[in-house]
Write a protein that binds this ligand. Structure first.
Ligand code: FES
Ligand code: FES
Length: 167
């Protein structure tokens, strides 16, 4: 057994876990963050994706002990109180989910992608989505949601830049 400490969605946690406990099982069963879903449990589907120190990881392939000292963010940590993130709202607006099982993984993966690529091409969006599997939507709604969220982030960034330019 190993004693570890980590932050999840801004909240400190100390716990004692077995070395073989995965990050996904630790988040879901020990800490109650059940928004992290488990599909394939071997790194293929992306449903379990979380952010560890701002980088997306497959929580089914990471041991909980590896998260010692890190900051983890799950889908529960993306919304601001009752306000969905822009990307979450865009998923809702563009009907980018049906059963919703894959959605936490998509939203987490795309959140990290948009930090790195605030003005992505459609091709970059398709590449970014290729690591997550959805059995329901046919992907068009997801593509539309990410495109709209990216456009809105890019427009907001340009407006901020204009207001900060010397007149
Ligand atoms: S459950 Fe982790 S990648 Fe599928
Ligand atoms: S919405 Fe059902 S698996 Fe994606």
């Amino acid at each position: 057994m190993h004693a570890i400490s980590l932050t999840v969605n801004g909240r400190d946690h100390d716990l004692v876990i077995e070395a073989r406990r995965t990050l996904a099982d630790m988040l879901r069963h020990d800490l109650g963050y059940t928004g992290t879903h488990l599909g394939c449990e071997h790194g293929i589907c992306g449903a379990c994706t979380v952010l560890m120190d701002a980088a997306p990881v497959r929580a089914c392939l990471v041991f909980g002990v590896q998260a010692d000292g890190t900051e983890v963010r799950t889908v529960e940590g993306l919304a601001d109180a009752e306000q969905l993130s822009d990307l979450q709202q865009s998923f809702s607006d563009h009907h980018a989910l049906q059963c919703g099982f894959c959605t936490p993984g998509f939203v987490i993966s795309v959140t990290a992608f948009l930090w790195e690529h605030p003005d992505p091409t459609d091709g970059q969006i398709r590449d970014a989505l290729s690591g997550n599997l959805c059995r329901c939507t046919g992907y068009q709604g997801i593509l539309a949601a990410v495109r709209a969220a990216a456009d809105s982030i890019s427009t907001a960034a340009q407006e901020t830049k204009h207001t900060q330019e010397p007149r």
